[in-house]
Structures are given as structure tokens and as C-alpha cells.
Design a protein around this ligand. Sequence first.
Ligand code: FE2
Length: 337
Amino acid sequence: MTTHDAPSVFGAVRLGYIVIETNRFADWRRFGTDAIGMHHDALSRDLMRFRLDDRECRFLIRRGPAEDVVATGWHIDDHAAFERIEARIRAHGAPFTVGTDEEAALRGVGRLLRFPGPKGITQEISTTPAKSAEPLRMLATGFVTGDGGMGHIALTSTKPMQTRGYFNTVFDARLTDYIDETFGGVKFKIRFLRVNERHHSIAIAAARGLPVDAVRTRVQHLNVQAATLDDVAQSYQRVHELGFDMALSVGQHTNDKELSYYARTPSGFEWEVGWNPVVVDETTWEPTTYQGISIWGHLPVGRTIIGKLAEFQAGARSLGRPESTVPSLSGAGVPDD
Ligand SMILES: [Fe+2]
């Protein structure tokens, strides 16, 4: 195990916002507003935000060529925990930058620190997220955020122990459970990490014994938690009617029991809308391994041979391109339990 700079910050960290870079602004606006059903705020020609709740910013969309998630933002409960994480970054000699007032304002936060993360996704910590005075205008009845944060991110990684080591070092992440699954004939192990009561805020999928990454984007999917089952059903219908691609039909996961579907975003990575995942009770939780990601459903929708070929190409390309890691913050990596 990696050493921790005590005391732990577990429970004081929540996924707070996500920064996405895209040139497909009109499509993203339609996807976020008319399909998923979030509140939209245009800031300028090159910046827009989506809200899920009373916070000013849950998704910051900025114009640029990445077509990917470029940063994940973690809300930290208090200044003491913020400074503990900052001290860890310094102690490990990792580079960091203090966010400008303008950067903090765009994200709707007070204090902001940015530092490198796995797969080139910048990690940001912040305090004192701002509440909006504007009432929500959105098609969804609501999203579950609160103590567990806004949802989760899922990455594919060829270096899962280092990726797990990173979140362990920086946020005292705990292993919730594993899933073994076969995708396209390749065996994967998925590691689910939590930083608070949410079953997982980070999932890391790795091909077993194969240093191959078939996903072009830095994130495989993002997840938001819908308030009601009706919200899942109605947004599924809207995604379909508006002509956005569906990746996986409605189904239920084996480990957190979340009922969900996966749509494809205009940038290409997937977007999971889920409902009713289990909440972890720290006094009794024991990590286990599940076989397969789903109890039922989650069937691939409209997968074409072209899509399969694109995955194969991405996998082949990844062989010649080492994955970006942050060795200074990953320790020796965390071996599996
Ligand atoms: Fe997920």
C-alpha cells in the first residue's frame, strides 16, 4: 500500500464538476439540454455550462479541439482538507498551479488548485462552490448530488495499479469492489474506487495482461444520477428521438445495482444516466468481485462493423503510445487486494 499523509481526507472529497473541450457546441447544447435534460447557461461564444442542481457549474464546456474531458473538479469540504491535499502534491514534488480568479469564477468555486492526473486529465480541487440565484430550468425533475457528489467518471487504463495508486495518494480513495467482464473477446478487470459514500466516483477498466486501450478518449464514460426512474426513462426516449447514438440500452449493474443506460456524447465518449445506486456503509462494507457488469440489459445498440474497426484501430495505436501517468503521485501503484 502507498503511505498516506495523515489524517485521511476520505469523505471530504466529492466529484464537483467536469470540464469538457469540444468544437461541437450546438450538438452539446442539444445533447445536454434537450436530451439529458440539464439546465443550460451560455457564458460566451466559447463557453457554456450545465447545471444539475443549485450549484453554478457542474459541466463547463469550452471550445477547443480535444473532444474529451480535460479536467475533473473535486469539491473539498473545508480549507484544512484542501491544504492537506495541497501539501501532498508539494511533498511528492508534483507540479501544480493555483487557479486564477477568472478560472475559479468559471467553475463557480472559491479556491482552486490544478495539477496533472492520470491519462492527461487535469485534476482540480476547490472549496466553497457557489450557489446560483437563478432557478433551474430543465427537463429533468432533478439529479442526485449531495454527499456523494455528482456522479462518476470511468477510464480505461493500461496502468491500473498506478492509476489506483494516484487516487489513493491524492484523495485516500478506497477500493469498493471489482468486476470481471469480457468485451469483444478481451478480458477486463474493472476497479471501482470511492472517496465518500457514493459507491464509486472513479472506475478504472483494464484489459487483463494486455497493454491495450481501445478507447480514443481519456474518459470512457461519465455518469450522472437521475432523481427518479421516470427521468431515466424519459431522457432515454429523448436521446433516441433527437437522434443521438445510444451505446448501451437500459440495464442494471451487478455491483452498485444502479439502473442505467449509456448514450454517446457529441464528443464520442459515453454518458451514463443512472438511478438508485447503493450507498456504501463504511462499517460493514467488504470488497468483492462480480462477474459481468450487468444483471440484465445494457445491450449494445446499433453497433456497426465500422465502430468495431475504429476500436480495433484505437487499440492497435495505443500499443505504440505509452499512457500518460503521474509517477510522483502514483507511488509504487496499488496491487489488487
Ligand atoms: Fe458507470
